[in-house]
Design a protein around this ligand. Sequence first.
Ligand code: URP
Ligand code: ZN
Ligand code: ZN
Length: 468
Amino acid sequence: MSTLIKNGRIVTAADDFVADVLIEDGRIAAIGHNLAAGNGLETHDAGGLLVLPGGIDVHTHLDSESATSHTVDTFASGGRAAAFGGTTTVVDFCNQIRGGSLLAGFEAWRRRAECTPIDVGAHMIVVDFGPSTAAEMERLMTGEGVTSFKLFTAYPGALMVDDGTLLQAMRAAGRHGGQISVHCENGHIIQMLVGEAVAAGNLAPRHHMLTRPPLAEGEATQRVIALAEVTGTPLYIVHLSARQSLEAVAEARRRGLAVHAETCTHYLFLTDAEYDRPGFEGAKVIMSPPLRAAEHVEALWRGIAAGDLSVVSTDHCPYTFAAEPYGAKHSKRAGGEAFHKVPNGAPGIEERLHVLYSGGVATGRLSASRFVELTATAPAKLFGLYPKKGTIAVGSDADLVLLDPEARWTIRAADGHGRMDYSLFEGFEATGRIKKVFLRGEMIVEGDTWLGREGGGQFIARGPSGSL
Ligand code: URP
Ligand code: ZN
Ligand code: ZN
């Protein structure tokens, strides 16, 4: 099956030019001018449209269950929402049960991911380091294409690990081309502040933000960078939100350390004023780290301009606001209304490209190529997907997005394609709209029409992670 996309403005991280793209057997077969339209060739006129590599979101939590909560999007619903937002690959997190096997966590994740309509890779969350953990990490890296691991310095008693565990995981990952990702917030500081807030009866959502200060993030980031410097293992700071953490990353990078960082769409476009929403509404923005004051938002934009932030992901971790129709466990009400019982996480898988294109490229803050770099190319390189994914080049998968740069529209949760009942970007006036999305050459989105298939996505075994 061959497809021709004619006369589009092809944007990669390095180039921006008008040409045709020929797709054969799911891959890009040729890029050039006046490519011949032969018999049986499906042709798409992309005149006036941008042709972008499919977005890659390397931070999602689909169908992810904990003792008290369960994200509401399945791989089917989350993948569909991602596709409508121009994302054709996600790298999602699978969990180790404390004391349990990493491989068992990965196998369970693979079964849940079978229904995915877009391509998926996996990172493994490590919560403790037992006698078989290093061997299991090796097996994941060398046999399963899982080349990145996430550990937490937050959530004591649940996900938090100590420095010794971080060092052991870094050593094990570094031996086989793996990368360590860390959720950097000092769990002890937060635990103390939360305890004090709760004792004082301060239970409203805004206390989530007040008990997770930027300093707690900055301290953990600095410490984890020091550990990575000792082991020499590539380090990736997830969901960076605070100026202090950015400064630590920038300083490490100036010294030539293999340290990279992502921020998320919400940290670039929203501030902590969102916690002033009335009543329980502020629960919609209970995610960790929390939204920050405007000075941090501005610092993040400077970090993007300076190249110290390499990726914009979503940390899509969706819980509905209402308990129904999916049940309280899938909602912000899973633990009652006190801020410290509300499941942490927010949606964004469908909005990422539109919000960043509109608020970044259309406003002149980002070039179109830098936009592609942040949302597709750098994630692909850092997580072992490049050049199969993340660019438009002969031989790459034909994961392509056609975007109309002039279209104006309003983001509404009610128009979304996943299961969420709210959007962080409700009412956002967007410039630029995705018209068509192709996954390995198959059109899966055309305007408002869903053409994808549950199970049509593939698991992608990734190569070594950690370098750009
Ligand atoms: O609040 C958040 N970010 N929830 C998702 C889990 C994590 O820490 O990434
Ligand atoms: Zn995290
Ligand atoms: Zn996350």
